[in-house]
Every structure is written in structure tokens, then in C-alpha cells.
Ligand binder design. Structure first.
Ligand code: GAR
Length: 205
């Protein structure tokens, strides 16, 4: 029954292909223990908001700039999440770092997808295309994606799932980003969302 499912909020900042993978996974039944109930963007015109609208999912934009501070942004976010009874927060291309106060408030209830095999190419300053640029620059032959819990250390929480992706001779940051998304991120993010939702459900019983 839908009302028994774990209510999920997805936080986004950009194109939202990972959000789309989550939406598709809920439709296909890969995610069955949770339901995407809210999409929050910190960027007004993020295409992810259009994806939410197309899927009939409630969305809202919260801007740190117009709310005045990180603190005010997080207080408002907590208010919106609590009001809807959100139990799991998924960071899917959310390009803003959350404070210790926030991550503690939702301990073991926030997961993030990162486009490398943590602990490589992660932490402050490693996001989006930069991660793939760094991997190519270093010359690693294998990269991938990681889904992990979010704590006060950027990309430092417990790992939930990882998937490796081979680097090809002629890869550019753009071709690598695309392949990592397709082979790794869009697969392990929905699987992790289901895994953690099922664990939350089991704890409720
Ligand atoms: C994804 O590759 C995601 O892993 C990465 O940004 C991209 C967002 O794409 N996130 C980070 O780098 C966070 N540190 P999307 O908006 O199409 O899902």
C-alpha cells in the first residue's frame, strides 16, 4: 500500500538524470518500499524540476541566497521535509554541502550518489565533470560511482554500493561522465534507494 511506503525527498541542482532513474525505477517496481514524494531544487531553473513536473511529483525551489543563509535554508528545508513526513533524503546531483547540524538531524537517512569510486576523487571541490577530469588527469584505468550515507564529512559517510567502470583510451571528461552515469549511477542509486527504504520499513515493523 502506497501510504505504508517510505516517503522519499530527492534534492537536485541540475539536469536530474539521476532523479529520472529514480522515477523510472519506481514506475518499473525496482523501488517498491519507497515513493518519491517531493523534489527540492536549490537552483530555480534546474531541468530536474521539469522532470518532477512531468512525473506528477510535487517540487519546490529553495534558494540559499533568497533565504539569507545556510542556516535559514536548512531550517526551511527541515520544515518542508517534516511537514510531509519525509523519511529518506536522496541527494541526486545536489551541488551544495549540508551542515553537520542538518546531517546529524537526519543521521542514516540521507544518501548521495558520487561519480567516482570513493575514496578516490571525492570530498570538497570534487563534483560533476571535475571528478572525471581529475580521474583522467591522474590516469586511473578504472573509475565508477558510489552511493553512500551522508554525514558531516563531504563524501565521507558509510558506503552503500559501488560499481566500477573501465576508462577507455579516447575518453574525454564528457564521454566518461556519460558512461559512468549509464553503467553505474543510474543502476546503483535506485538499488540503494530500495535497499535503504526496505531497511527503514523493516525497522518500523
Ligand atoms: C552526477 O554525475 C552526480 O553523480 C554528480 O553530479 C551529476 C548530476 O547529474 N554529483 C556530484 O558530483 C556530487 N558530488 P544529474 O543532475 O543528471 O543527476
Amino acid at each position: 500500500m502506497k501510504q505504508n511506503k517510505v516517503k522519499i525527498a530527492v534534492l537536485v541542482s541540475g539536469g536530474g538524470t539521476n532523479l529520472q532513474a529514480l522515477i523510472d525505477a519506481e514506475h518499473s517496481g525496482i523501488i517498491k518500499s519507497g515513493t518519491i514524494s517531493l523534489v527540492v531544487s536549490n537552483v530555480k531553473d534546474a531541468y530536474a524540476l521539469t522532470r518532477a513536473e512531468n512525473a506528477g511529483i510535487e517540487s519546490l525551489t529553495l534558494s540559499k541566497k533568497s533565504l539569507g543563509s545556510q542556516d535559514a535554508f536548512e531550517d526551511k528545508l527541515i520544515e518542508e521535509l517534516d511537514r510531509r513526513g519525509i523519511e529518506l533524503i536522496i541527494l541526486a546531483g545536489f551541488m551544495s554541502i549540508l551542515s553537520e547540524k542538518f546531517t546529524r538531524r537526519f543521521a542514516d537517512r540521507i544518501i548521495n550518489v558520487h561519480p567516482s569510486l570513493i575514496p578516490s576523487f571525492c570530498g570538497k571541490g570534487f563534483y560533476g565533470l571535475r571528478v572525471h577530469e581529475a580521474a583522467l588527469e591522474y590516469g586511473v584505468k578504472v573509475t565508477g560511482a558510489t552511493v553512500h550515507f551522508v554525514n558531516e564529512i563531504p563524501d565521507g559517510g558509510k558506503i552503500i554500493m559501488q560499481k566500477a567502470v573501465k576508462i577507455l583510451e579516447n575518453d574525454t571528461p564528457e564521454t566518461l561522465q556519460k558512461r559512468v552515469m549509464k553503467i553505474a549511477e543510474w543502476k546503483i542509486l535506485p538499488l540503494s534507494a530500495e535497499k535503504i527504504s526496505a531497511q527503514i520499513l523493516a525497522k518500523r515493523a
